[in-house]
Ligand binder design. Structure first.
Ligand SMILES: [Zn+2]
Length: 277
């Protein structure tokens, strides 16, 4: 099979044996791909200073029939996202986004989707290099990451009957991935109470150019609701807590294991979750 020449980001890196390294790369040609980098541990000459996180690379890969791993033949540095290495909040959020991509990015797919996903990853690193992240930017980048991997929550209409939402707050049903109108909401069904304003703000976050995402304003209540919605939606699709999530939560001043529960109101069945009457 001919060699693949493409751009790449390192998502994960594991030492293998005395001298080799196994990497998970994200590329716009293949999606996520596992590669063997022969001699990457022993010889600094073979891949000098390139195979690190937060580097944009140009690589040459060989995919051989029946081999489980592709081979990384060559890697050249195109761009270093410097500030992600030296500032803890940028580093922690960068690591978290790479881990999210490593969990959910597809191995192969339609060319246009793979290009879009790779462009998202580059734009996200570019944004983190330029802007010091806060909880708002983290939440919006997570939403955009899920969207780039084909996991876009419904935000405009009832996810079951497509009726427009008029009552506030809406009940967001995490397994169905969208809000429910009053007619579709079954008694006792757990939903997140989310204001229509929050849903509209998240819709704007999905439509904005990623480099302008940091300008989107969320008030305190919208941020709390968005945080809960994105965290629960992400957790539902991944099924576990990412390793880098606790570190990031700690750096951002969140209690470990997710956003703070809101004060329990009379209709709440649990932290941040309410049951319909
Ligand atoms: Zn409905």
């Amino acid at each position: 099979m001919p060699a693949i020449h493409t751009q790449a980001l390192v998502l994960r890196s594991v030492d293998f044996g005395e001298s080799d390294r196994i990497l998970h790369l994200l590329t716009p040609r293949t999606g996520r791909i596992a590669v063997m980098a022969k001699g990457a541990r022993r010889s600094r000459r073979r891949f000098p200073g390139t195979l690190d996180f937060f580097n944009r690379l140009r690589v040459q890969l060989e995919r051989r029939p029946r081999a489980s791993l592709a081979r990384l033949e060559h890697a050249a540095l195109e761009r270093v996202y410097d500030r992600l290495r030296t500032e803890p909040p940028r580093f922690a959020l960068g690591c978290y986004l790479l881990e999210l991509l490593d969990r959910l990015a597809p191995e192969g797919g339609a060319a246009r989707d793979l290009r879009r996903l790779f462009d998202f990853a580059l734009d996200a690193l570019e944004t983190l290099d330029r802007v010091a992240p806060d909880l708002r930017l983290r939440t919006l980048l997570e939403l955009r990451a899920l969207d780039a991997m084909g996991l876009r929550p419904e935000l405009r209409a009832c996810v079951r009957c497509a009726a427009p939402l008029d009552a506030a707050p809406a009940g967001f049903h995490v397994p169905d991935g969208g809000p429910l109108c009053a007619g579709c909401r079954r008694p006792g069904e757990p939903v997140l109470e989310v204001g229509l304003g929050t849903l509209r703000a998240l819709e704007r976050a999905l439509a904005l150019d990623l480099t302008r995402l940091d300008r989107l304003v969320l008030d305190r209540r919208a941020l709390e609701e968005a945080r809960l919605l994105v965290t629960r939606f992400q957790r539902f699709h991944i099924g576990l807590e990412l390793r880098s999530e606790r570190i990031l939560d700690g750096i951002m001043g969140l209690p470990q294991g997710g956003p703070a529960p809101r004060p329990a109101g009379p209709r709440r069945a649990g932290p941040g979750v309410s049951a319909a009457d």
